[in-house]
Design a protein around this ligand. Structure first.
Ligand code: AMP
Length: 189
């Protein structure tokens, strides 16, 4: 089973992904984590991505799609993946459809986490105190939210045409949100 998590920064994608991974035994495919680890390892790709990441802008599609294509070749991805932070543009969504079709599979479910904007800003700035992430600053938060609305929200419409989207009200305790997610996942099986 392949599940895509879509939601603005601060909507709880990372936290909820971890819970769902533990429950379903899927592989985690977070492009943010892949990019940060390329940076930490001093890889050329990490350096190329740094400027966009630090400013809260998206890294070019071809860089991210290449990373995902490589990751999908790892044997653990055969059991299915949980895509966290990918796709973030309609171009990436189309590329993902093709990469999965090439491997005789597809996206089975898209979970859209919905949280209102003032709550998102509060959450990101709270996370900034402990995350150590250079992009968790007040200056980049608004850019990341604007990027989400202009480039990533249309990805939800892309998947709506295939009737794959479940909207999750992601305000509440971690456990409450997770229960809502599980209701949608269990409907699939
Ligand atoms: P995240 O950890 O998912 O919040 O991602 C952190 C940053 O990495 C984003 O603000 C982007 O600069 C970059 N990034 C992560 N995933 C993608 C993606 N799918 N497409 C483009 N840029 C990405």
């Amino acid at each position: 089973m392949n599940i895509v998590f879509i939601g603005p920064p601060g909507s709880g994608k990372g936290t909820q992904s971890k819970q769902l991974l533990a429950k379903l035994g899927l592989s985690h495919l977070s492009t943010g984590e892949l990019l940060r680890s390329s940076q930490q390892q001093g890889m050329a790709l990490g350096k190329e991505a740094s400027d966009s990441m630090d400013r809260g802008n998206l890294v070019p599609d071809e860089l991210v799609v290449g990373l995902v294509d490589n990751r999908l070749d790892h044997p653990d991805c055969k059991r299915g993946c949980l895509f966290d932070g990918f796709p973030r543009t309609v171009g990436q969504a189309q590329a993902l459809d093709q990469m999965l079709a090439k491997r005789s599979t597809r996206v089975h479910l898209v979970l859209e986490l919905v949280v209102d904007e003032s709550e998102l800003v509060t959450r990101i700035l709270r996370r900034a105190k402990t995350s150590g992430r250079v992009d968790d600053t007040p200056e980049t938060v608004q850019t990341r939210l604007d990027v989400y609305h202009s480039q990533t929200a249309p990805v939800v419409d892309h998947y709506r045409q295939f009737d794959l989207v479940e909207e999750i009200d992601a305000v509440g305790t971690e456990e409450e949100v997770f229960q809502k997610i599980m209701v949608c996942v269990e409907r699939l099986s």
